[in-house]
Design a protein around this ligand. Structure first.
Ligand SMILES: [Zn+2]
Length: 87
């Protein structure tokens, strides 16, 4: 499981003779955008790591959604004795 966002972006490499120089056939670059010690950071994801990083970030999203769901159920149960909410 990994925090952060998986980012896919298209970019030109800057080499004048490259196919990307026309501004259309851009290179695809994969990155992970994540907070490190509270600061936003972006790291390059190598081709061989793309699937693994994408899956681990998706796992975190499912984990967060499941935790939010459990908390919602528990809160409703906890508040059941107080029909109008906590005093
Ligand atoms: Zn290029």
């Amino acid at each position: 499981m990994l925090p952060g966002s998986f980012v896919e972006r298209n970019r030109a490499c800057g080499r004048p003779n490259c196919r990307c120089a026309d501004g259309k056939s851009l290179h695809v670059q994969y990155q992970i955008s994540v907070l490190v010690d509270g600061k936003p950071r972006v790291f390059h994801v190598s081709a061989k790591m793309i699937d693994q990083v994408r899956q681990r970030i998706a796992m975190r999203r499912r984990f967060d959604a499941a935790a939010a769901s459990v908390c919602g159920i528990n809160l409703r149960r906890f508040l059941a004795p107080w029909p109008s909410g906590l005093d």
